[in-house]
Design a protein around this ligand. Structure first.
Ligand SMILES: N[C@@H](CCC(=O)N[C@@H](CS)C(=O)NCC(=O)O)C(=O)O
Length: 217
């Protein structure tokens, strides 16, 4: 089958992992183009044509370029309606799911993005331990609110919303990978851990996990 989708992504990027999960949940085949952030591939001249912000992921659907993991995932959800990633029930349910994704994508993840951590090191002179504390602080603050929101909601089921994974879970699981990387204590978040465990029983989350990709020589 001819590939029409190409994903520009980095193995350890949580925003990239989100899109890999969405593609897997929908059973979509795609061409994988790795952008190694540790080798600054995102700064190579050609990549700015894909994304002037020089961030991954980028999806190329036969020449249509899309950046921002949530925009990519919603695009995939609209163009490939099987295995819906947003509730088809009503607007309030969809807003509820999106608010979880956005609380992670806008309020947690950007604060411990590679560029921010590099600026804390190069611009403000923070050492590795200080940068780790910084990341852990913002993740814990975001997870406190998320745990509370999920514990209080009747919309929660086996997953963040109901009994099928949605965009909310797609954002949550990669953020938990980051949390563990920054040694965030996950004990205060039993609901988040339970949902993570359920997701990690699904091939779409396991097969696309950063640890599944061979290290580049
Ligand atoms: N809001 C964006 C975030 C994209 C993003 O921050 N990507 C990171 C990797 S997770 C990146 O490319 N960082 C490269 C850098 O900071 O130089 C999305 O959801 O796609």
């Amino acid at each position: 089958m001819a590939h029409t989708l190409t994903l520009y992504h980095h193995i350890r990027s949580s925003a990239s992992y989100r899109v890999r999960i969405a593609l897997a949940l929908k059973g979509l085949d795609y061409r994988s183009h790795l952008i190694d952030l540790s080798r600054h591939d995102q700064l190579a001249p050609g990549f700015a044509e894909k994304n002037p912000a020089r961030l991954v992921p980028v999806l190329d659907d036969d020449g249509t370029l899309i950046t921002q993991s949530l925009a990519i995932i919603e695009y995939l959800d609209e163009t490939h309606p099987q295995a819906p990633l947003l509730p088809r029930t009503n607007a309030a349910d969809r807003a509820w799911v999106r608010q979880i994704a956005l609380s992670i994508g806008c309020e947690i993840h950007p604060l411990q993005n590679l560029g921010v951590l590099n600026q804390l090191r190069d611009g403000l002179g923070l050492d590795e331990a200080q940068r780790k504390d910084w990341s852990a602080h913002w993740i814990a603050r975001g997870f406190d609110a998320l745990e509370q929101r999920l514990s209080a909601s009747s919309r929660r089921g086996a997953f963040c919303f109901g009994d099928q994974p949605t965009v909310a879970d797609i954002f949550l699981v990669p953020q938990i990978v980051n949390a563990r990387r920054f040694d965030v204590d996950m004990k205060p978040y039993p609901i988040l851990r339970e949902i993570d465990d359920r997701c990690m029983a699904l091939p779409a989350f396991v097969d696309t996990h950063p640890s599944r990709f061979p290290a580049r020589p």
